[in-house]
Every structure is written in structure tokens, then in C-alpha cells.
Design a protein around this ligand. Structure first.
Ligand code: ZN
Ligand code: ZN
Length: 173
């Protein structure tokens, strides 16, 4: 369960990269948890210092419902196509002059690519802007905070600032 992909013994040309990681290998983030083993299958192309990894990641993520914050599972089977260059070849003083074709390139150090970072970054890209536990999720009560999918409360959903309510009583009388 080694998250580090060591490039030092990699020969030029194509080779396979197949790894399986337990979810415990990944730190939980605020936005999601990895809740199933991560299966990474890829082909690596090495051309001198240039590395290209093309493959897919399969796992299951768990995120919070956008309305009620309950955990929602998200099955993932996502292709990726990534290019890497050694960090040393990247002159930081010319950071603003990276040619267009180099955009989207990542940099590696010490002949190592961290596959944990790769999986985490790809997972972020897969998160939908809005994820609901179900289409008609009722969300949380804005007054008392209970989950309205499971409980009902007596709160007035049209809750208003009491000062506004007083004003309305005054104007409608
Ligand atoms: Zn929900
Ligand atoms: Zn309530």
C-alpha cells in the first residue's frame, strides 16, 4: 500500500501501473471521505524526464448532502490523463511564462510521484457543485436545525424578525 510511485527504476517507454489502496491511507478532507478501496489502473509513458500517466480511478466517496448534511455516497470511476515534469526543470523565476502546452503539467521531486495526492486531486475534480441525498430532500429547519427528512417540528417556516412582525401588525390594523 505504497502511495509513492518511484520513478528512479522506471525505463523509457510504456509500463503498467496498477495499485490498490485502502481508504485509511487517505486523510479525510472537509469536503469528502474515501470510503472504499481505491483501484488505480494506468499506463505510464516515460520519455526521459517527461512522465505521462493515463488511466482511471475507481472508488467510492462520501460527501455531505448540500441541504441536510447527511452523508451521501458517490461511486467514482473516472479517467485521468496527467503529465509530469521534474520540478528542477521548472525555473520558478519564469513562472508566468509557462507556454500554453505546459499548462496542466504537474511537477515531481526526488523521482517520486505521490499517488495519494493524485487520487485526492482527482477526487476533488469529481465532486459535484451540489449533491443531494435524494431529489426531494427537505433539508434542515432554518429555525431549530432538525433534519426535516426524519423529524417534524412546530417551527413556523415563515419565521420573521419579531420587529418586522410588530410592524406588520401595526400596518395591517
Ligand atoms: Zn439531504
Ligand atoms: Zn424547526
Amino acid at each position: 500500500m505504497d502511495l509513492i510511485f518511484n520513478l528512479s527504476r522506471l525505463r523509457d517507454g510504456a509500463s503498467r501501473l496498477d495499485r490498490r489502496f485502502e481508504p485509511t491511507a487517505f486523510a479525510a478532507s472537509d469536503d469528502f471521505r474515501i470510503v472504499a478501496p481505491v483501484v488505480l489502473t494506468a499506463e505510464v509513458e516515460k520519455d526521459g524526464p517527461k512522465i505521462r500517466i493515463v488511466g482511471r480511478i475507481q472508488t467510492r466517496l462520501e460527501c455531505a448532502c448540500s441541504r441536510c448534511l447527511d452523508p451521501v455516497g458517490l461511486d467514482v470511476d473516472a479517467p485521468f490523463d496527467l503529465r509530469f515534469l521534474p520540478a528542477a526543470a521548472h525555473d520558478e523565476s519564469h513562472e508566468h511564462e509557462i507556454p500554453d502546452e505546459d499548462l496542466g503539467v504537474s511537477f515531481y521531486r526526488n523521482d517520486q510521484i505521490d499517488l495519494g495526492d493524485l487520487v485526492t486531486e482527482q477526487s476533488y475534480l469529481l465532486l459535484p457543485m451540489k449533491l443531494l441525498c435524494r431529489e426531494d430532500c427537505q433539508g434542515l429547519c432554518p429555525v431549530c436545525g432538525i433534519n426535516r427528512n426524519r423529524e417534524t417540528c412546530a417551527c413556523d417556516p415563515r419565521w420573521k424578525d419579531p420587529r418586522m412582525a410588530a410592524l406588520e401588525r401595526f400596518t395591517s390594523s
